[in-house]
Ligand binder design. Structure first.
Ligand SMILES: [Cu+2]
Length: 216
């Protein structure tokens, strides 16, 4: 084989390889599109919708609530306090990071407090580096809805706060420390409201159970 023929053969081989590579790339991208479509379809199936209903945004059927049916209901209620921690001095941004901006501006505690008395609110005045905090106690959740005749089980969980003295109206009073769970159960015989509260953190550490009347 002379040099001319060699060059021609090499060029032809290179063209063949390039053509094959192009075909492979087309097949691969077609497979990717198909794969994406299949995974979207699988996702739609997972959420119990068809592709048509997903595209029109129609919702799934709502769950029908029937107040005439009684059942057992169980709730987990955490003791919580929310903290507004801030400082007399603005937080310092990191000059090396474009996304790190100060978390809070300089703030001073209000001169004339409007906070009601009771342990439910607390201001921690500025410490020697200017940090101060406003705290508010609550339950999470603090509103519960059940049906008349339901067996209601409440698990109170001591998460935040050293301890609490909790009363569930008509059910009882108990102490709850951090790390403990105290459970009460009762039948919601009467429609109306059942209040619960912590006597150490009034007036805001309160909650309410709304008992819906049985339909006749
Ligand atoms: Cu409390």
């Amino acid at each position: 084989m002379n040099d001319n023929k060699k060059t021609k053969t090499t060029t032809t081989t290179a063209k063949t390889i390039m053509a094959a590579a192009t075909i492979l790339a087309v097949v691969a991208s077609a497979a990717m599109v198909l794969g994406t479509q299949m995974s979207e379809y699988a996702l739609a199936q997972t959420y119990g919708t068809t592709a048509a209903s997903a595209s029109t945004g129609s919702a799934r059927n709502p769950v029908i609530v029937n107040p005439s049916q009684t059942t057992s209901k169980e709730f987990w209620i955490n003791t919580v306090h929310l903290d507004g921690a801030t400082s007399l001095h603005a937080a310092v941004a990191n000059p090396l990071s474009a996304t790190n901006t100060p978390l809070h501006p300089a703030e001073i505690p209000p001169a004339n407090s409007t906070i009601p008395t009771g342990g439910g609110f607390r201001i921690v005045l500025p410490n020697k580096v200017g940090a101060w905090d406003f705290r508010s106690f609550t339950f999470a959740p603090d509103q519960i809805i059940v049906n008349q005749g339901d067996k209601v089980t409440l698990h109170f969980i001591g998460v935040l706060g050293v301890h609490h003295i909790i009363t569930v109206d008509g059910v009882g009073t108990f102490a709850l420390h951090r790390g403990q769970i105290h459970t009460v159960s009762f039948i919601a015989n009467n429609p109306g409201t059942i209040n619960f509260w912590c006597s150490l953190h009034l007036p805001n550490m309160v909650g309410q159970i709304l008992v819906l009347p049985k339909s006749v």
